[in-house]
Design a protein around this ligand. Structure first.
Ligand code: BES
Ligand code: ZN
Length: 561
């Protein structure tokens, strides 16, 4: 059923892992073992996923061999089981090129003095640092012991139990996570806190001060938070994503530290995954929209409850517009919610379609049945499927049984584009921004004193074509400390061939690794011969600072080494 694993969980199913790892910054490798426990089985073979692992030995087994490496899936590890056994131990080390690890040199960190390591397992990168059944349909509990050089801290996305970490709820492999570096902690609330490098930790604590209020907001709407603690880990700017919902410990890019809480919908998003995604998970990567569409819907509900309806609606409108913009450049088969991924890297399915079209479907259903009934449905959905991995068909069956609808679901799930009758987010505040943009385009001054980050993004996206020199004179956006505004400005500068912005562009491309920012910037640059020359030149030096996942994406756009 899952085309992205070599393993056969239908024959032998791993239930529990015990990880024991040394973090070797000197050799850029994890070195140690994993013990895998499974129900006793009559079957004599256990197949695990690996990618670029060196397997030193397999204990308590009758033998093992590595198969042929597949470009997307990695290499199967075939272990011959001893009759009646219920565990094996694989002794292994990772490769410095492991796709799920980023090893940062001190200059790439905020403190500049210590190295930093973090993992990114979603979608199928856990296999590059742990040999396991790397399918979201397989859930395991685990224990982790991690040794680091003196002075550096290791953390796992799990509960701390003295000297080791424990995850006592079964989770899919893509949620197993580890980080190590110079980290400091600040408590934010009863059950939440933030970990960051010392130079960032106070700013992070101020930015994320509303986290406890967000947790309470979701609990009121959708039921209890079931994971104990909720902490945030701030990662260096090379992190390829905005955030990653590792259980108990969200990983977040430092580029959301804007100073005014204006980008914390990302925290709402990763927190929401504690229900949609971590409690109820997609069973295959074709069902990814069940994770992300539900999460964007929940994210906007949290933002509405904590920051007000206006902000929630602004973000919904921005989301809808970006969806249309991106969809215009996608092939038809990628404009559906349930996406065909056979022979493809699941990271290719990570477009705005599962996110924004998914959220729009839920909003459309809410609109039909009313918020009260829809919230009751969602709450029962999270209860019913708690700690399970489900397919789109499982969701549709449950929905049709619990909440009969007039809205036709199949066009949403299986046909390209946004069907007629979709909910249509609207913001009055944005109407005023649209007026302001029209007046500004005619040469008038506009009063921007009460504008928020969302206002600025909408304003900038209305300007077509923008007078870049006048933008610089009046607003100095190239100096913005807000990564979203700066990114939008740089994108417009590249489109307009606005040379004064280029030093800032080069600096941005060399310091930020967030794929959502880099992909559009490099794509725009590649559209002209002059830009292409610049893109290649910048990429040549910036590439080694990017995460392996970002490198794969950008190699396809700019051309690899
Ligand atoms: N789980 C995703 C990140 C992800 C998706 C990693 C697919 C690997 C493969 C995370 O929850 C996410 O959606 N992050 C977004 C932020 C969000 C606010 C839209 C991101 O990183 O931009
Ligand atoms: Zn997400």
């Amino acid at each position: 059923m899952d085309v992205h694993t070599w393993s056969r969980p239908d024959l032998v199913r791993i239930r529990h892992l015990e990880l024991d790892l040394d973090v070797r910054f000197d050799r850029k490798m994890l070195d140690g073992s994993v013990t895998l426990r499974f129900d006793p089985t009559a079957h004599d073979e256990l197949v695990l996923d690996t990618r670029d692992l060196e397997i030193h030995s397999v204990e308590n087994a009758a033998g093992f061999k590595l198969g042929e490496r597949d470009r997307i899936l990695g290499t199967p590890l075939r272990i011959r089981l001893s009759p009646g056994s219920s565990w094996v131990r694989v002794v292994y080390s990772t490769s410095p090129q492991a796709s799920g690890l980023q090893w940062l040199e001190p200059p790439q960190t905020a403190g500049k003095r210590h190295p930093f390591l973090y993992t990114q397992s979603q979608a199928i990168h856990a296999r590059s640092w742990i040999p396991l059944q790397d399918s979201p349909a397989v859930r395991v509990t685990f224990q982790g012991r991690v040794r680091t050089p003196a002075g550096l801290h290791a953390v796992m996305a799990a509960e701390r139990a003295g000297e080791h970490f424990e995850m006592n709820h079964p989770v899919p492999s893509y949620l197993i996570a580890l980080a190590a570096g110079a980290l400091e902690f600040r408590q934010l609330g009863e059950r939440c806190g933030v970990l960051a490098e010392p130079p960032l930790v106070d700013a992070a604590a101020r930015e994320f001060a509303d986290t406890e209020a967000m947790i309470r907001a979701v609990e009121e709407m959708f039921g209890p938070y079931r994971w104990g603690r909720y902490d945030l880990l701030v990662l260096p700017p090379s992190f390829p994503f905005g955030g990653m919902e590792n259980p108990c410990l969200t990983f977040a890019t430092s580029t959301i530290l804007a100073g005014d809480k204006s980008l914390v919908s990302l925290v709402a998003h990763e927190l929401a995954h504690s229900w949609s995604g971590n409690l109820v998970s997609n069973a295959t990567w074709s069902d990814f929209w069940l994770n992300e569409g539900f999460t964007v819907y929940l994210e906007r509900r949290i933002v509405e409850k904590v920051y007000g309806r206006e902000r929630g609606e602004m973000e919904a409108v921005l989301g809808r517009r970006e969806l249309d913009r991106e969809m215009a450049n996608l092939q038809e088969s990628d404009r559906v919610l349930h996406i065909e991924l056979e022979g493809r890297d699941p990271d290719d399915g990570c477009t705005l379609v599962p996110y924004e079209k998914g959220a729009l479907l839920l909003r459309t259903i809410e609109q039909e049945v009313g918020r009260e009934r829809f919230d009751a449905f969602l709450r029962s959905y999270f209860d019913h499927f708690a700690f399970r991995s489900i397919t789109t068909a499982d969701f549709l069956d449950y929905l049709r049984r619990e909440l009969p609808l007039k809205t036709l679901l199949d066009p949403w799930i299986f046909q390209p584009g946004v069907p007629p009758g979709a909910a249509d987010p609207h913001s009055d505040a944005f109407e005023r921004i649209e007026d302001a943009a029209a007046r500004w385009q005619q040469g008038q001054q506009v009063d921007t004193r009460d504008w928020t980050t969302q206002s600025w993004l909408h304003f900038l996206r209305m300007l077509d074509p923008p007078d870049m020199a006048r933008l610089d004179r009046e607003f100095r956006l190239g100096e913005s400390g807000n990564s979203e505004i700066l990114h939008q400005y740089l994108l417009m500068a590249v489109r307009a061939g606005h040379r004064p912005a280029f030093p800032r562009l080069v600096e941005f491309l060399n310091s930020v690794g967030r794929r959502k920012f880099l992909k559009p910037l490099y794509t725009e640059l590649m559209k002209t011969p002059e830009g292409e020359r610049q893109a290649r030149q910048i990429y040549q030096s910036a590439r080694q600072g990017y995460h392996p996942i970002t490198q794969v994406t950008l190699d396809a756009i700019v051309g690899g080494e």
